[in-house]
Ligand binder design. Structure first.
Ligand code: SAM
Length: 269
């Protein structure tokens, strides 16, 4: 039997697994760091942390209990724990972690500013807070192609197009990081390639009801779904035979350092 975790893996997890090592490198994770993966989903980012930091303690939190169970089953070791939680209200003490990371999450959180405050609070002074969000408007071609064709077919659904996602445009994450007092803020494009073995490998994950695109496909009648599928096939393959398809997927990655408390002259910290 397939779980929600399996469906997520087929739709997005396979791509977040490819993106995660880029964020781990960008965030400068070192073995021994205490790390929290905020919005851990099925565990792609935690797996990438464990690969470069095998003795690190890693905690993943996510509100979806099915994802938490899926991720924990794949990391049956004490050092790696997943639990149900909300980025906007973390249960951890101040300064509990050296690196606080989050991938493909902040655009889905109701109050990302509150989430970032919490991410900073649980990170120790001098530690790193880093995140990545797909560039839905331009750089994430798998979804860009989908929404271009869906809105061309039905212009009234433009509001559902993920290009409207918060924090997905160049500079938005960096601005948020600076507003919240993080230092040495750097934003960079993190780009992977999404490779599909066939058109069906591109299309069938949209039938899994995952994310805004999957929910949109599930809302269509059979005839409308077919029209969209044909448009997408023509867009990606022209009138030619089926073949592998490679698309770029760019996310914006941001990192910043939690400032050390300022001490008045003459006082020691
Ligand atoms: C696109 S998935 C990314 C999951 C995982 N980080 C990955 O890259 O595979 C978005 C995740 O954000 C989680 N999420 C949504 N709201 C959240 C919140 N308030 N706090 C923490 N995670 C949240 C969802 O449950 C989901 O697992």
């Amino acid at each position: 039997m397939f779980s929600a975790g399996d469906a997520y893996q087929r739709f997005m997890g396979r791509w977040s697994r490819a993106l995660a090592p880029l964020l781990v490198k960008f965030a400068g994770v070192r073995d021994g760091d205490a790390v929290i993966d905020v919005g851990s989903g099925t565990g792609a980012l935690t797996a990438a942390v464990v690969a470069v930091a095998p003795s690190s303690r890693v905690i993943g939190i996510d509100p979806a209990a099915t994802f938490v169970a899926f991720a924990q089953a794949r990391h049956p070791v004490d050092r790696v724990r997943f639990e149900v939680g909300d980025a906007q209200q973390l249960r951890f003490l101040n300064a509990s972690f050296d690196r606080t990371l989050s991938i493909l999450v902040l655009n889905f959180v109701q109050d990302p500013a509150k989430a970032l405050d919490e991410m900073i609070r649980v990170t120790q002074a001098g530690g790193t807070v880093a995140a990545a969000v797909w560039d839905y408007g331009q750089g994430m071609e798998m979804l860009r192609v989908f929404w271009d064709e869906a809105t061309a077919l039905t212009p009234a659904i433009d509001a559902r197009d993920e290009r409207h996602m918060p924090l997905s445009r160049k500079g938005e994450l960096a601005a948020l990081w600076r507003e919240h007092g993080l230092q040495d803020v750097v934003e960079e494009p993190l780009t992977i390639q999404t490779r599909f073995v066939s058109f069906d490998d591109y299309w069938s994950p949209f039938l899994e009801k995952q994310g805004p695109a999957g929910e949109y496909v599930a809302s269509l009648r059979a005839g409308e779904r077919d029209q969209l599928r044909l448009r997408l096939r023509r867009r990606l393959l022209g009138d030619g035979p089926d073949r592998p398809i490679t698309l770029d997927a760019r996310a914006w990655g941001v990192r910043g350092i939690v400032p050390r408390p300022v001490t008045a002259p003459g006082l020691t910290a």
